[in-house]
Structures are given as C-alpha cells and as structure tokens.
Design a protein around this ligand. Sequence first.
Ligand SMILES: O=c1[nH]c(=O)c2ncn([C@@H]3O[C@H](COP(=O)(O)OP(=O)(O)OP(=O)(O)O)[C@@H](O)[C@H]3O)c2[nH]1
Ligand SMILES: [Mg+2]
Length: 201
Amino acid sequence: MKQVIIATKNAGKAREFQALLGKRGVEVKSLLDFPNCPDVEETGNTFAENAILKAEAMARYFNTTVIADDSGLSIDALGGRPGVYSARYAGEEKNDQKNIAKVLSELEGVPFAKRTARFHCALAVAAPGRRTAVVEGTCEGYIAEKPQGENGFGYDPIFYIPQKGKTMAQLSAEEKNQISHRAKALEKLDKQWDEIINGKE
Ligand SMILES: O=c1[nH]c(=O)c2ncn([C@@H]3O[C@H](COP(=O)(O)OP(=O)(O)OP(=O)(O)O)[C@@H](O)[C@H]3O)c2[nH]1
Ligand SMILES: [Mg+2]
C-alpha cells in the first residue's frame, strides 16, 4: 500500500487522516510512530504558515514527502480567537477540557445567534527540493452553551452544526469526515495525489 507521513503528534488528527486517506488507498504514518522525532515550534501567525513550518521541518528530517496539518477554531465574538493558539489556549499543556472551559466562560452571556465560529484546517505538502503546496478547508458552526457528545477531539463537544442539529462530537467518525475542515482541505489534494505519493513532477 502507498504510504505518507502526516507530521502530527495529535492522536485525534492521526485517526481522522487514517480514515480519510485509507479510503483513498493510502496508508498513514504519523509522528506518533516516530517517538524520537523533534518538536517544531509553531511561530507562524496563520494556520498556513504553521503548517508550512511543520511540513518543511519534517520533510527535511525524514528526507521524503510529508503533509502537516495546522488547524483550529475561530470564534467571531472573540475576534477570531483562539485561532492559531487553539491547542494551547488555556496553557502550554494543551488540555482540551481547559480550552473548552475557557471558551465557554469567555462567551458567557453571548446569545446563540452571535456564537458563530468556524474550524480551519491548513495542509502543507512538503518534499525535499520541491515547492511546498498549501490547501485549506473550513467548517461553519456555532459554539454551544455546554459540551455534548463523546466522539472526535479538541473543541468538537462545543462545536454545534445546525444542519445536523448536533455537535461535532455527537457525529460518528464517518459523519465528521464528510463535512470537516480537514476533509474539505484534503479534497483539494485529490488531483495531486499520485504526484504526492510518487514524488513525480
Ligand atoms: O474540536 C476540534 N476538532 C477538530 O477537528 C480540530 N482540529 C483542530 N482542532 C483544535 O485545534 C488545535 C490544533 O492545533 P495544532 O494544529 O497545532 O495541532 P496539535 O498541536 O494538537 O498537533 P500537531 O499537529 O501540531 O502535532 C487542536 O489541538 C484542537 O484543539 C480541532 N478541534
Ligand atoms: Mg501543534
């Protein structure tokens, strides 16, 4: 089976890539399969910049094609926060529960109609000696009043999707993978897939 390295240490993302790429006939390795690989500092101001930083560093490290995902949640009533700080919003230890609690407390008293938000996903494809490509996807929703659902990861329990009448964490993995920011971004790589895997020009 064809293989690609996804430069992520996030188990939730790795699981989604396994499902999304598995149905495209591609086997996924994540950085969780390489425990000694270095951390990359996310110093960019945008999802795209951070995705490029991670993908290029890991393409150099592995000397092969690597895809990195930088993603997060933008909440309109908070001026776009937590944005690129989504993973570490409530502190460097990257705690999903604390991040959710911080968002909910900042939105206290904000009515549902003003709780609009979107997930962003930027994917960078980097390979030694080649120009890095970036694609992006988004998913629109509202921040719920309280967490609901057990599936997914991160902010999924408070991300309400009106078309489904459910939070992202109440959707099955298959349902999330039909509509997510990550799925939308990956679709944009579909025409380039042979090239990504085989490294052809
Ligand atoms: O509810 C969610 N559903 C999603 O589908 C999703 N995608 C991203 N996120 C949040 O945004 C941060 C990304 O930060 P991030 O891109 O730096 O990833 P990370 O630091 O967790 O891992 P890595 O890929 O950098 O190794 C993550 O931690 C999550 O909190 C999501 N939350
Ligand atoms: Mg990160």
